[in-house]
Design a binder for this molecule. Structure first.
Ligand SMILES: NC(=O)c1ccc[n+]([C@@H]2O[C@H](COP(=O)([O-])OP(=O)(O)OC[C@H]3O[C@@H](n4cnc5c(N)ncnc54)[C@H](O)[C@@H]3O)[C@@H](O)[C@H]2O)c1
Length: 254
């Protein structure tokens, strides 16, 4: 924990998707360390419950909702559950993501639909459900896109299209809410050492040099390092930051 920032989220409620693993877990930990009451959302209920208890102790057992962010009904229910459990919502962090690595010719309708549903539809459904609560408390949204939202990535057509879409969604909503206290920003991480990457199933015949071009020039980052940027953007220290899209990639886009 960084002692210089303790308390910057005291009294604030943050809903973090993808909180059971990787970057989402690191964000949930970083915001909890800084005084937030974090409500976790992810697909896998058991892992999520375990993680929330590890992060927030016995309180964590009440602060989570398993949900498939591909479903608008589940997203609305998750926001409702957060608000009824913790009394409101100040910060939404859309971290949950899925990445199909496949030759474009082999991508099935289901692959394509899943990449778009999890990485793009989910953040929109959650933002839409959270808006009245965030507007009521001068809150903010941080969307986790990817460097794949700023440039191409081989064998990742659906993921890349969805992450570019999430960058566009962030900018469009930021302009729409310019006249309000709501802030909306996005980060575009480069390669991180998380289960998403360690579990990659590479299709046969991939050009690894091409894959490495889309990866990390200085090695994979730790999710905790990227979570610090999310915590900054979600905090009042970033009060002048709205509609911004930041690469957090250890030099990938340089
Ligand atoms: N790992 C990287 O190198 C990297 C690079 C750039 C961007 N990202 C992005 O960072 C985010 C976090 O990735 P990670 O590496 O921590 O992955 P991860 O696989 O460790 O965690 C993914 C999380 O998303 C949740 N999730 C997946 N599908 C879901 C669904 N349908 N509904 C609800 N929750 C769902 C999982 O339960 C899990 O909590 C993702 O948006 C990912 O695209 C990751």
């Amino acid at each position: 924990m960084d002692d210089t920032v303790v308390g910057s989220f005291t009294g604030k409620v943050a809903l973090v998707t993808g909180a059971s693993s990787g970057l989402g877990r690191a964000v949930a930990q970083a915001l909890t360390d800084r005084g937030a009451q974090v409500f976790g959302v992810a697909r896998d209920g058991d892992a999520l419950r375990r993680t929330m208890i590890e992060i927030a102790g016995s309180d964590g057992a009440k602060r989570y909702a398993p949900a498939d962010v591909a479903s608008s009904v589940a997203c609305t229910a998750a926001v409702d559950s957060c608000v009824s459990t913790l009394g409101g919502l100040d910060v939404l962090v859309n971290v949950a993501g899925a990445h199909t690595l496949r030759h474009s010719a082999d991508v099935t309708d289901e692959d394509w639909a899943r990449d778009l549903a999890v990485n793009l539809n989910g953040p929109f459904y959650l933002a839409r459900a959270a808006l009245p609560h965030l507007l009521a408390r001068g809150g903010n949204i941080v969307n986790v896109a990817s460097v794949a939202g700023l440039e191409g990535q081989a064998y990742s057509a659906g993921y890349c299209a969805a992450k570019h879409g999430l960058v566009g969604l962030t900018r469009a909503m930021a302009l729409e809410f310019t006249g309000t206290s709501l802030r909306i920003n996005a980060i575009c991480p480069g390669g991180m050492m998380t289960p998403q990457v360690t579990n990659f199933a590479f299709p046969e015949g991939v050009d690894f040099e091409l894959v490495m071009k889309s990866a990390a020039p200085r090695g994979l980052m730790e999710p905790g390092d990227v979570a610090k940027m999310v915590a900054f953007l979600a905090s009042d220290d970033a009060s002048a930051v709205h509609g911004a899209v930041y690469a957090v990639d250890n030099g990938k886009m340089a």
